[in-house]
Ligand binder design. Sequence first.
Ligand SMILES: N[C@@H](CCC(=O)N[C@@H](CS)C(=O)NCC(=O)O)C(=O)O
Length: 222
Amino acid sequence: MTLQATLRLPSPNNTKVQIALAYKQISYEIDAVEGSGPETISKLVKLSGQALTPIIKHNDTVLYDSSAILRYIDANFDGPRLFSADRDEMKAIEGWESYHKTEVMTAMRPAFAVFFGGITGPEADANITRANAGINEVTGQVEERLAAQADAGSDWLVGDTMTAADIFVASFLSLAELPEGYADWNPLWKTVDRVLTLGEGRERCKAHFHRVLSFLPAPAGV
Ligand SMILES: N[C@@H](CCC(=O)N[C@@H](CS)C(=O)NCC(=O)O)C(=O)O
């Protein structure tokens, strides 16, 4: 059975799954859901027992949580690896996974409170300023890592190929630096792209985020 992906696009935990599926060249059908109204929630809970997306269904297996989904498709489908057979590389990928859930999310959370939490006016401005300062700090660390990797001949955060580490980090931070034209794909992205910024001197981050996002398929109608 074709894999089915239930996604709220273009939310980053959902685009992670799209990037990973495209990278591994796994074909799938999208069931796109919007918002968190009672009908959507009851549909998601019926499918997976909880209300957040992404969710995938593959044969009789239903899975939620982007990290779990990336591991599942990596363990069960051919194609380039998202994780690694090498013990140290695996630990490094999981280190970037923790980093995006802690440092990156902490930096971006004030902005999400504006986009999704309905904060407006001076409080919203202060949140965006705080988010941009936090984003600048984390991208400084990512920039350093990318510079070290470039010296070793790699464009990626771990090893020589794109892995889940790159997808975890870029899916969120790329919101502050979308490739030309991507912001037009979605009204939410337009707002986010306008107000968030990586700051000065983040050329390696910018190139890296765009490399990762190049795996994201254009939505129908764009
Ligand atoms: N740990 C989950 C988090 C999933 C998550 O937060 N999904 C968001 C979209 S990015 C969601 O479904 N939000 C809907 C809501 O808050 O009602 C993952 O990594 O997939």
